[in-house]
Design a protein around this ligand. Sequence first.
Ligand code: NIG
Ligand code: FE
Length: 422
Amino acid sequence: MQADLLIHSASQLLTLTSGPQRGSQLGDLGIIRDGAIAISGKTILATGTTAELQSNFRSARSIDARGKVVMPGLVDPHTHLLWVGDRAAEFEMRIAGASYMQIMATGGGIVSTVRQTRAANIHQMMEETLPRLHNMLSHGTTTAEAKTGYGLETQTELRMLEAILRLDESCPIDLIPTFLGAHAIPPEYTDHPEAYANLIGEEMLPAVRSWWEKNGGNRPLPFVDVFCEEGAFNLAQSRKILETAKRLGFGLKIHSDEFKSIGGTSLAVELGAVSADHLVRASAADIQALGQSDTVAVALPCTPFGLAEDAYTPARQIIQADGFLALATDLNPGTAWCESMQFAIALACRYMRLTPKQAIAAATINAAFAIRKDDQIGSLRPGKQADILILQAPDYRHLGYRFGGNLVDTVIKSGDILEIKN
Ligand code: NIG
Ligand code: FE
């Protein structure tokens, strides 16, 4: 048979073909030693040993991956990658002793990024974001979720959605949008937060839906997310927003239990959310609920690290309760300016005690499941999109073991070998 590209002689080919992995199944990498993969156009044709594929396929191009790991592209299922400006001064305040929620309560935090993002046109938004996307790609992320949430008014939120669509077109990374109008109470509503929560349900969600019908092409609707936390949206407001979103046909996500446990995770499970993210303070009942659902627990270890806090998502308990666990960066200007899923993996191994193979499955097939793209990406299965990494390392455990650098040698996105300059 004829292929366009054959990658062969990989020390380890990580196929992860068993699908999304729950509970103790997490960590099944489906390793083929001396592995090979054949690609036709944008799609994976076959995987197997080098001997098998070299006898079955003729290929126009080939890559010798001797001494290297070949694996699926990393999937980052929780990012706030689009913003304007920075919050370096707040970082300094935090290191000097102020907390994230204290800074937010005094008009800084998310709202300070909102001020700068509202003032920017779509070109500025894109210009500031493109270098971050480039960084993500060079570190091996081939698909990422991207949230709005620095507009907090209909027009700026829609401008952010439009910017995400344009960035998706102008960069090889596939972007999966999420509407996060419920990210913070905007300054003009400080004295009547309930009115802003109502505005989201009554005006913003219907506006996003009709905007999407005109501009989204045949893409599925964005997800809808809420920051459910004391000082942001309480449980009743979160419920109302998410129930309205569900009625309008949106898939749901939630930021819950980042700082305090107020019931958001169980709410997410009850409403059939696609994922519940953060979960640092998740209660035993929340963890049990996750374990009996298909709501993916998305752990974001760059966030406590970025905030210099000690508590991390109780990943082992989530696994023990039979939950689906995924990893993401949470890339954002306040708590975690980190584009690298490799670094999230290294933190997850140390602070959440995931083994490297568990962390890799959480950052590929389970991350794809957290954005419900597991039928197209996240594993090296014939018929799936050819999103592939070649690592400058002979063994998968180098992911996690090594940190602060970049093990990616080559990124193949939808069958194209990318030229990436660092
Ligand atoms: O997931 N917690 C809410 N949202 C982000 C932080 C966003 C920001 O500070 O700009 C998070 O950590
Ligand atoms: Fe977040």
